[in-house]
Write a protein that binds this ligand. Structure first.
Ligand SMILES: *[C@@H]1O[C@H](CO)[C@@H](O)[C@H](O)[C@H]1NC(C)=O
Ligand SMILES: *[C@@H]1O[C@H](CO)[C@@H](O)[C@H](O)[C@H]1NC(C)=O
Ligand SMILES: *[C@@H]1O[C@H](CO)[C@@H](O)[C@H](O)[C@H]1NC(C)=O
Ligand SMILES: *[C@@H]1O[C@H](CO)[C@@H](O)[C@H](O)[C@H]1NC(C)=O
Ligand SMILES: *[C@@H]1O[C@H](CO)[C@@H](O)[C@H](O)[C@H]1NC(C)=O
Length: 449
């Protein structure tokens, strides 16, 4: 990772840009907007800094640079986690600096139990699990699910078939038949202890009875989303497999840009109301990592030129885990070094401005670019689908116009990553369709509102 150059950084701090501060008009209507119900099978997707998100920093005055640098650090941890997933190795905890929140970036409101209790859960397309912080949880920091208040809550025993599908249920080997299915797992730089449980999960207006989830009883570290995690992966025990009859393993989302005025996007569950006309590419299945959404990226274009990338940097390899995935939990697209360097070099060449600076992990930033300046577009070419990203998906700008950075990076040096991750910044304001029965992933431009 390129260190921040001190003079540049000091100059930046003095700008204290607050893209995250809302105009007064927006603040006045917060109450009304936030309590609006989710309808049908569509959930409102919020950025964690959304005015309706309970995880929005209290002072609201996080500077743009601070946000960017923090986000990049969280992405490093996320990449380490994804790399451990693809390599099927246990996660090496990373030392974390001061972090605002180290969980996935987008949250939705889910309701658990009878009567329903609302939790704002993180959405994670690369994970199958559903985790809910439960009453009595040691180390949980936000609202918890009061299990005793739900008439439909049950814990699952070691004998339950679902318990066999959970990794880390060590206590169950040789356990007496009545023991509950407790297990420990790691996630990013965190660890947790949980009891496999079931209850009704209500998404928008759809109840999913007897939904199996991990009821968290102890948490260490800062990576576990404070009010739980809703995994949208496609492996066993995932929401998709548990709601098969309701949603047929089909969903789409539109992720809002974090600096748009009211941020909200949507998570649309089930085959109904999905876009009919949408460009798609086949989903690839990695038998070792069934939950990840792999696709076949075959080329990257900067402006009109196809960048010269060694085919091995893009090729899908189920054994090593190499290839390209779509992930909603990483913010900035990460390419393996052999792909990133030529893309970046071509981008710099096309931009043609002499002074390239860096910010946090971004190595291609420009100071004081006139607003009339036209940056090149970047296209990702997938089998059967080209996605050309407009500038809003490629550059992060400080609102004062001081600095513009290419919002992509290579994997940091300490992460031996083989996977290319198409991340949320590059997906914003697009509808991304996950159609598992037809084995395809679709992308279409859409203004999320
Ligand atoms: C899980 O972690 C807890 C501490 O959080 C520990 O008491 C327990 O023994 C662990 N269980 C297993 C199965 O490793
Ligand atoms: C779901 O749980 C209820 C009790 O809460 C039970 O009556 C019902 O049989 C369960 N359904 C399934 C499919 O397991
Ligand atoms: C978002 O904000 C715009 C104007 O600020 C408003 O017209 C629109 O209705 C808002 N959308 C939602 C979903 O609140
Ligand atoms: C680039 O940096 C040099 C040295 O810092 C400075 O003299 C020059 O004006 C800069 N050029 C532009 C276009 O900003
Ligand atoms: C993607 O773009 C390349 C040229 O830039 C073209 O050859 C190819 O046919 C396009 N693919 C699709 C599916 O449109």
């Amino acid at each position: 990772m390129t260190p921040i150059q001190l003079p540049t950084f000091l100059a930046l701090i003095t700008l204290t840009i607050t893209t995250l501060c809302l105009p007064p008009a927006a603040q006045a209507s917060v109450g009304l907007q936030c309590n609006g119900p989710d309808r049908g099978s569509t959930l409102k997707v919020m950025h964690i800094y959304d005015q309706c998100s309970p995880f929005r920093p209290a002072n609201g005055g996080v500077s743009w640079e601070e946000t960017v640098v923090e986000t990049m650090k969280k992405d490093d941890a996320r990449l380490l986690y994804l790399s451990s997933l693809v390599a099927r190795k246990s996660v090496v905890p990373v030392a974390s600096g001061r972090q605002i929140i180290q969980s996935p970036t987008y949250v939705v409101r889910a309701r658990v139990g009878t009567p329903a209790q609302t939790l704002v859960m993180a959405m994670d397309t690369s994970n199958d699990a559903a985790w809910v912080p439960c009453s009595g949880c040691v180390g949980c920091t936000s609202t918890v699910f009061a299990t005793a208040k739900s008439t439909t809550y049950k814990t699952l025993g070691c004998q339950a078939p679902q318990c066999q599908q959970v990794s880390g249920a060590a206590r169950c080997t040789g356990a007496i038949p009545t023991s509950s299915c407790t297990f420990n797992q790691t996630y990013g730089s965190s660890a947790f202890a949980a009891t496999l449980s079931s209850d009704t999960l209500t998404l928008a207006t759809d109840p999913i009875p007897n939904y199996t989830f991990a009821c968290l009883s102890a948490v260490t570290g800062t990576s576990i989303p404070p009010q739980g995690l809703l995994g949208l992966g496609r492996g066993p025990l995932s929401l998709l497999s548990q709601s098969q009859s309701l949603y047929s393993s089909t969903f789409s989302y539109c992720l809002p840009h974090f600096s748009s005025p009211n941020f909200s996007g949507s998570l649309r569950l089930g085959p109904i109301a999905q876009p009919l006309r949408i460009k798609t590419t086949p989903l690839l299945r990695n038998p070792h990592r069934p939950s990840l959404y792999y696709v076949n990226m075959i080329a990257i274009r900067v402006g009109r030129r196809i960048v010269d990338i060694p085919p091995s940097a893009l090729a899908f390899n189920p054994t090593t885990g190499a290839g390209t995935i779509f992930d909603s939990g990483t913010v900035f697209t990460r390419l393996v070094k052999e792909a990133y360097v030529p893309v970046r070099d071509e981008f710099r060449r096309r931009v043609g401005l002499p002074n390239v600076t860096s910010l946090g992990g971004f190595d291609t930033c420009y100071n004081n670019v006139p607003s009339s300046f036209v940056f090149p577009t970047i296209s990702f070419h997938f089998a059967g689908m080209n996605v050309t990203l407009p500038v809003e998906n490629l550059l992060i700008h400080s609102t004062a116009g001081g600095l513009s950075c290419l919002a992509m990076a290579a994997a940091p040096d300490n992460v031996n990553s083989v996977v290319n991750v198409i991340a949320s910044m590059q997906q914003q304001n697009h509808r991304v369709l996950f159609d598992v029965p037809n084995n395809r992933l679709g992308v279409a431009r859409e203004r999320c509102t």
